[in-house]
Design a protein around this ligand. Sequence first.
Ligand SMILES: NC(=O)c1ccc[n+]([C@@H]2O[C@H](COP(=O)([O-])OP(=O)(O)OC[C@H]3O[C@@H](n4cnc5c(N)ncnc54)[C@H](O)[C@@H]3O)[C@@H](O)[C@H]2O)c1
Length: 364
Amino acid sequence: MKLKAGLIGCGRIGTKKHLEAVIKNSDLLELTAVCDVVKEKAENAANIIEKSGLKKPKVFTDHRILLEEPLDFVAIATESGKHHDVTLDALNAGKHVLVEKPMALSTKDADEMCSVAEEKNLKLCVCFQNRFNPPIQELRKKVELGAFGKIFHAHVAVRWNRNKSYYDQASWRGKWSMDGGVLSNQSTHAIDLLQWMLGGNVREIYGHIANLNHPYIEAEDLGIGVVKFENGSVGIIEGTSNVYPKNLEETLAIFGEKGTVVIGGLAVNKILTWRFENEDSHPFMDLPDPETVYGEGHVPLYENFAKSIIENKAPYITGREGMKALEIILGIYQSSLENRPIGFPVNFSTEKMKTVTRKESESL
Ligand SMILES: NC(=O)c1ccc[n+]([C@@H]2O[C@H](COP(=O)([O-])OP(=O)(O)OC[C@H]3O[C@@H](n4cnc5c(N)ncnc54)[C@H](O)[C@@H]3O)[C@@H](O)[C@H]2O)c1
């Protein structure tokens, strides 16, 4: 029998990627309910599903009413600052949850989301779809095989452009209470990949953020972090939304004792360097860039999540796993604010960044 799903938040990513994932996984699941506080957006999403040849979902404008429906899971694609509250409502209504990134804007909220899911024996999955990019999967296999030997360091660079018209489209973007800046929004996928490849357990972080070119947003447009992992590896993070004149690249580089891999392209979708003993190239070196930086990963992510419910196993990216990137980002924010290295675990919230004035943020 197919799972019944609901979508809460029918904005940009909801309609672009979640609906596509639903349609392409229609052998496993059926979207029976959609919700947006703006009725026309929910109607639009329902119409897209109907036009694809599937049954039109019921339309809601209040997610708490949607949660009274007999649904197996909900996907949450509201503004980031609302993920925590909507997730708790869904878990308390007995639904499994697939939540967009970043899962929350404080370590306390993210921890609570994970704990409630665990207590209720419900699945919680965070939407880090780039983990499913074919080159990233190839890299992951090498990491799991130990093919790098010791990994010395890794570097991620998110070098994109977000201009005023992007921020004008949605007033929540760039606000500390709803979003954060280029680290929290655009770079979170790359930070997730970096921590995943380097073993996940962070000892200490040092960070610096600044807002150099976006006077109309509260949060950072440049973020830098140096992450020391417990196993001795070091991660270097660079995220910027200031690249002239358009998106340049999202690149992950891994440097180990016996291997070097660089995956770049618009959104970590293309192998640039692949060097191991007796291997100096890979068939995925000439992959085309995806249409958008969102890539194609929502489809396999939905498939994995649906199967995790059907087969009662952990999803590929659990809440606890999704929380690791958030902790690194919040660690960078705290480090920049307090001008000192931050030991893990981190206990911080983007709300604490609200104390930073505009003038200070230019040189944070
Ligand atoms: N995985 C990715 O690559 C990716 C890409 C873009 C955005 N995102 C994330 O997805 C989320 C949404 O981003 P977006 O660009 O689509 O934003 P958006 O503003 O276009 O859409 C958010 C929608 O949620 C609706 N909404 C708000 N509260 C609601 C509620 N209680 N019930 C129902 N609907 C509600 C809003 O009306 C809006 O239509 C953010 O967390 C963002 O970080 C993820």
